[in-house]
Write a protein of this length. Sequence first.
Length: 402
Amino acid sequence: MVAPVASAPRLVFAVTTDLNYDQRMQRVCGSLAQAGFEVELIGWKRKNSSPLTVQLYKQHRLRGWFQRGKLFYLEYTIRLFWYLLRRRADVWCCIDLDSALPICVRSWIGNQPFVYDAHELFTEVPEVVGRPRVQRIWQWVEDVIVPRTQLRYTVGPSLARLFEQRHSGYPFAVVRNVPVQLESREEHLGGLSQHLSQEAASIDNQTLIPKPQAPPIPILLYQGVLNVGRGLAQLLDAMPQVPARLIICGEGDCSAELRQQAQRLGLLATGQVEFRGYVLPAELRQLTAQATVGIMLLENTGLSYYYSLANKFFDYVQAGVPQLCIDFPEYRGLNAQHEVAALVPDLGSATLVAGLARLLPGGQPGAYHERLAANCRRARREWNWQEEEQVLVGLYQKLLAR
């Protein structure tokens, strides 16, 4: 727990996401609210958005006609700007470039600090990097806003170095996108439950004739958006050779295409692959804890993915779940500290099948899987939000003390 601030400065954050599913912003805004800041988070209402969940901070969803593409960004920019004109704040923060211009102008009007929270290298995401004209527009936005910021931070050291190379003289801090650590009481109760189960099984073995049971089918879990470059198409191609079920949580631009692919491969009819759609964070944490292997795959389609540090990597670790992970620099460095993942060099079907076979020899978790799970339990004491929020709150306290 961070020490509360003396007064209550007002902070306004803007995103283009549905607020119910943005776990990073829930952690960021929740920690700042707990530290004594008055926080408002602005997002976008989707067609199927569920009612907002209760949080410690104020939430507002903008409404509009468009949900994607150029018209969406244009409408969002206009609606956000007009909403911001009616708000008052001591600090204005944009999350990535798609909310940057209205926040930048509003901070200039009020002569108040402007903060850039970069979840990714926006100009290098797959949806942008293959479209030179669009890329040039977003690069112009980045070049305009960065010199006007008073605080900048991103999710990993590699991205911070890239930003600093692009914008000399403008340092970027690092606030990693890690989950809240499990409470020790929960871990204790989990261990107690396991002990009682073993004790009951021992009694049963003394009084009953044991009945042979088939081992449970391993569960592979993917959580995140279903967009280009996430390795999901390649994983589906590999699934007929993998003795496990795959559960996919999330939606995105490739949702329909991936479902059609799974259907063509017969994976939906057999139940080997299941699409859960959007899952609220609390339910997702429970589902992650029940998984056997987490999936953290990306294609090298741009610098943003290559130097990424995705939240799902840490979510799997926090749940004690080993993962199949792409061998990119940030994940390789973390795995060198605590080996929590089976790293794969590419997304070829044979590579993925071999990686999963290493974790699940004979279709069940083996000694390698058990070793990685034990490493996850050690690593989560270090890679957690309780540690990271100290950095976050410190950045805002220092900004407001200038």
